[in-house]
Design a protein. Sequence first.
Length: 647
Amino acid sequence: MEKNNGYREPQKNDNFFNKNPLLVFAIFSIITVIIFKSFFEDGSIGESGISPSAQTQSISYYELKKLAEAGKIEYVAIGEANIKATAKGEPKTTFVAKRVIPDETLVPMLEKQNVKYGAYTEKNWLTDLVFGWVLPVFIFFAIWMFLTSRMQKNIGGGILGIGSMKKLMNSEKPKVKFADVAGNDEAKEEVEELIEFLRNPDRYIKLGAKIPKGVLLVGPPGTGKTLLAKAVAGEAEVPFFSVSGSSFIEMFVGVGASRVRDLFEQAKKEAPSIIFIDELDAIGKSRAIGHIGGNDEREQTLNQMLAEMDGFGAESPVIVLAATNRPEILDPALLRPGRFDRQVLVDKPDFKGRVEILKVHAKNVKLSDDTNLEEIAKLTAGLAGADLANIINEAALLAGRENQESVSQQNLKEAVERAIAGLEKKSRRISPKEKRIVAYHESGHAVISQITKGSKKVNKVSIIPRGLAALGYTLNTPEENKYLVQKHELIAEVDVLLGGRAAEEIFIGEISTGAANDLERATDIIKSMIMYYGMSEVAGLMVLEKQRNTFLGGGMGQTKEYSEKMSEELDSYIKAKLTERYEAVKEKLKLYRDAMETMTAELLEVEVLEKERVEEIIRSFEDANKIVRESDEDELHSPETSKGKDA
Ligand code: ADP
Ligand code: ZN
């Protein structure tokens, strides 16, 4: 307790409870005692109906017995040491006498006289103390402890120093190994070196090497991010501290920041260790997103986290792994060097990955000889590892219900159907028709980005649905340390975005809703080129829009600083520009038709294409058709190339 108080300084978000725990405790104790007392003593419960308002008179036992024998008594209450008798008639008088014990004649006499009798529990100072004070205080204390441990687990040593975070912080030494994480080979490769760091931190520290601090695991739910983080801890045999970002918001109200501090304190003490933060976006949402002054609490928690990550150096090898499904909404501050500067994609498994995951989980159940996990993998495109684990388990349950010896292929198929029916509403599983559209659409993006000078090159193309919005995606490699973007690069980006829609039009013959987001982004780029970067004829060097203040949340009270006429011209210019680019992109795709067909067919087969394969398809097509395109390498292109062109 002392230790905890030692490092805990007053916090802005410390509320009344945290500042005055003793005072609050005392007040609540007294209230509880009053409630308790009034509840248990009112109406003299336990005194067998003898009203406390009646007159009480002490007499001898002998006298009391005589009164009863004379038929003057209506009711007798027998206590351990005393006996009370209520006289007949009004006003009600109660006689109290010390009992003579034993006296076997008392009850028979009362029976004979037809006097009602009963027993009562006497109050003495001890029971009074216990029931009146100790018990209510104790009950109150128990409730208090329960609430505080739930709500804040630990606020600098907890209320009265009890309920230390140590037992509440979720620390374990996982037994999970890399072999338990199937598929995801790239992700595994990327985190592999962390294990080495954690096993032999001294080796690196001695050399002055900086051990990575933060790694962001990015991917949809159920793809094994937690599992992977645990496996790193399991392989390195280090403690694993896990918290969920949303718990900071939901459970540690008012104390998020000090919880973060405790977490890091604890992890450092047990270093080398791993901190795993699930749902990082719950605390790490960009401060620019959302309402003004929105969430003080969340911001403080986030700031504390940033401070903690900056605060520990090589001397305490703690690696923070965090998971998120939406890296794009994270506050950029979180992603700076020294924080979560590494991102590892943990994606939904492709066909091969699904087979492997099914195999890992099938180890736990008894499969019959007729099972074919590859067939199951084919049926489950778009499902995550967690779904596959569920399918195996569901199949085992079905087999159990039928009292079978082992799990059959039929059980597995039925489990797949159930899982899909259940998921249909949540995450979509795409139909073959949609799959074809998506494959062409993504191939369109990929081909254009591969062949266009100045575009970011393809890293991966996938038609595995990712989250709710995207049915497929083309991942481009971000360029490192790029501060300036040239005009032709902006145009290239527009082209790449339009590539999806153009491919649908050419190869499917009809366009779909799938390009909405692409078109929005393409429009935005053209707009900013005109209005902000002075890259068009229509506005020239005139800046039509000041840099948006993201802190005020875009869209709020933006004043137009140009004429209606200009506004009309802008609209038609943007439209014309997009059309022009779209036509150009369509021409390019038509030229690369065979490459498009090859890529789409392969995507439909294996679902994911890596960078190397994309390059190969394009290169062999170009070689076969003797197409030479502008290379990205000639960095300083002659002024002529860009002259005469405008946004
Ligand atoms: P996430 O953290 O990405 O939401 P989890 O790691 O909690 O996903 O995954 C939930 C469960 O799904 C795991 O405990 C495991 O049983 C199963 N699972 C997910 N991905 C895999 C995988 N790649 N290999 C084996 N099992 C997996
Ligand atoms: Zn697209």
